[in-house]
Design a protein. Structure first.
Length: 144
């Protein structure tokens, strides 16, 4: 495989999560899957972890391995942010009322869920798209 293509492909790997997300949205169900609409970032994160990790395992070229490590480091930080949101969710549920109703809503839990929806449904996909374009072009040009 051409190392230039491999290095650019490693940087653009998160974009492979978009077709997987679209296929999952097309799956027939009895109800509207509202949380799936905000899960595009999670699909991109999975693709951004799996492909570079497999390239890291099989690649012998130093430049391609360097690009894979760079991508894995970035996505590792995103995973840590997700773990932090999960911990914040668990803590927030402890401060909500024991019997939530419409007049007594679980505001703390909803706030953490909204932060996660914005982070993984809007910010991360845009960040991944911009990063894939710029880092992929950079990897293409830097290859010796």
């Amino acid at each position: 495989m051409n190392s230039r293509w491999a290095a650019a492909g490693v940087q653009a790997a998160p974009l492979l999560g978009i077709p997987a997300w679209l296929l999952e949205l097309q799956r027939p169900s009895n109800s509207w899957n509202f949380p799936l609409l905000f899960a595009l970032g999670l699909f991109m994160l999975a693709a951004g972890l799996l492909l570079p990790f497999s390239v890291l395992l099989i690649s012998k070229r130093g430049f391609v391995r360097e690009q894979a490590v760079n991508t894995l480091r970035f996505h590792g930080v995103i995973v840590l942010i997700g773990i932090g949101l999960g911990i914040a969710f668990a803590v927030a549920t402890q401060f909500d009322p024991p019997n939530p109703t419409m007049s007594n809503p679980p505001v703390h839990t909803e706030a953490v869920l909204m932060a996660g929806a914005i982070a993984f449904g809007l910010v991360l996909p845009v960040l991944e798209f911009v990063r894939a374009i710029f880092r992929g072009r950079r990897a293409w040009r830097e290859f010796c």
